[in-house]
Design a protein around this ligand. Structure first.
Ligand SMILES: *Cc1c(COP(=O)(O)O)cnc(C)c1O
Length: 456
């Protein structure tokens, strides 16, 4: 059959929907070193797949421990992707280049067009599908700013699976938009900390108006999952399977750049747990590890939560209440007091183990930005390209702009690509603060990390 893909260096590339990939890529077997196992929080013994099946759907546990490079995308998930719709466009930001007067070329992957406005359905859809297929009757999760919660609520409603979501209280009060979105999709939303769980009650006794945190919400969701019949916990990021699902982004991007006959020189994006950026770059990292390309990878994080730039690559808990396994990753500590910056999706203390390893091995670089610099970039992008980027995505955009400005000085014609993982139309209050000059920066003075595992 004839392909209806479209590519033009001036505009970007659109794939024929029939060219939507049929498999996800799993980087684990290609990593330069074996990933350290997750450890039981009490005994510090390595945990295996059996230890996770009471908490997560079976198929996701299988993917988590998989040593296979490619996972088939189930037909029903492929169909759901098509209806998001996917493939998403790769767009050339020509007006931005002209504004910057740079010889560099800037392309971005447009993940902001999903119904919920972010890339999160790429993993929420398969997770809801596998949970439903296993015959479960309830999905439980947590959400910070609400991007994961709204993607999960939508995905669960597509596959007719009830969902209960713990939402960080301060986020649900400050930005009620995504809470309304989740409820519109039919999910039950509970402000965290809540009186539903022991963990929640503990924090509420300390402070009846406790603002909550992602770490506390995770603890609540896990406790609730163990207490609720026939339910499982669905997790947004950091785990191997979530990163694997997100490679749909990078696999499409790879085909799009091939159609354009371009190898990008630089690929940047933001990291919260690491799923969107890993999904964007891993198919390219695979080629770099095989010495087929020499693309530079730059992960961007907020100065307020500097896991990879000021934290350590060590074992830490994934949640605040120390219920989860110990995970070897870049972290600023699970009891880190996350500051109220607007990029809610980047306010997580840890980063995905595989991405952490690649940063530790210097295959991926990382950089941190204060939020005023990030919003300055977002404003330039809005005025030139018209797109209101999510506060999270704007971190990757900041690097793209800085790199393009360096090219202006050196005359280099680099091709820069960033992942526009979401739009900011439900974060307009943040833009309002920036426009009024009220946005402030925040940086931790020192990061005190405990060592939980002393071997190796
Ligand atoms: C959730 C989210 C993030 C952060 O999560 P990752 O796992 O690092 O991708 C970043 N951007 C957007 C738009 C998000 O919704």
């Amino acid at each position: 059959m004839q392909s209806h893909s479209y590519a033009d260096k001036n505009y970007g590339a659109l794939l024929d929907p029939e060219d939507l990939p049929r498999q996800w890529y799993n980087i684990v077997p290609d990593l330069p070193e074996k990933l350290e196992p997750m450890l039981n929080p009490h005994t510090h013994e390595a945990m295996g797949s059996k230890d996770f099946e009471a908490l997560f759907p079976k198929e996701l546990v299988k993917q988590q421990f998989s040593q296979e490079s490619w996972w088939d995308i189930p037909e029903q998930v492929w169909d759901a992707y098509r209806r998001l719709p996917r493939p998403s466009p790769l767009v050339r930001a020509k007006r931005l280049e002209e504004y910057l007067k740079t010889p560099a070329k800037i392309y971005y992957k447009a993940e902001q067009f999903t119904p919920v406005g972010s890339m999160k359905p790429n993993s929420a859809l398969p997770q809801a599908f596998y949970a439903k297929k296993q015959g479960l009757s309830l999905a439980i999760s947590e959400t910070g700013a609400g991007q994961w919660g709204s993607a999960l609520a939508m995905s669960c409603s597509w596959f007719r699976l009830p969902a209960r979501i713990y939402m960080v209280r301060v986020s649900s009060r400050q930005k009620p938009g995504r809470k309304i979105l989740m409820e519109t999709y039919g999910a039950q939303v509970i402000e965290s900390p809540s009186a539903n769980t022991k963990v929640g009650k503990r924090f509420l006794t300390e402070d009846p108006n406790h603002p909550g945190s992602l770490g506390i919400a995770i603890s609540e969701a896990i406790e609730d999952t163990f207490a609720s019949q026939n339910s499982r916990y669905l997790l947004a990021s950091a785990f191997n399977y979530a990163l694997g699902h997100q490679t749909i982004i990078g696999l499409e991007t790879l085909k799009q750049f091939e159609l354009l006959d371009i190898i990008p020189d630089v690929m940047c994006g933001c990291i919260g747990g690491g799923s969107n950026y890993s999904g964007f770059i891993y198919p390219f990292v695979r080629k770099k590890l095989r010495k087929k390309i020499d693309t530079e990878f730059v992960a961007c994080e907020p100065k307020a939560v500097p896991s990879t730039t000021k934290g350590q690559f060590t074992y830490d808990y994934a949640d605040t209440a120390e219920q989860t396994p110990l995970v070897k990753m870049y972290t600023v500590g699970h009891d880190f007091a996350n500051p109220p910056i607007h990029a809610g999706g980047l306010r997580y203390h840890g980063k995905a183990p595989s991405l952490s390893l690649l940063i530790h091995k210097k295959i991926v670089k990382s950089i941190a930005y204060p939020q005023t610099k990030v919003f300055e970039a977002a404003k330039i992008f809005a005025m030139t390209e018209g797109v209101i980027t999510a506060p999270e995505s704007s971190h990757g955009l900041r690097y793209a702009i800085d790199e393009a400005l360096r090219c202006k000085k050196t005359g280099e014609k680099k091709v820069i690509a960033f992942n526009n993982c979401g739009h900011g139309l439900l974060d307009l209050s943040a833009y309002d603060e920036y426009n009024k000059g009220k946005l402030v920066d925040w940086e931790p003075k020192e990061i005190a990390l405990k060592q939980y595992v002393t071997s190796n």
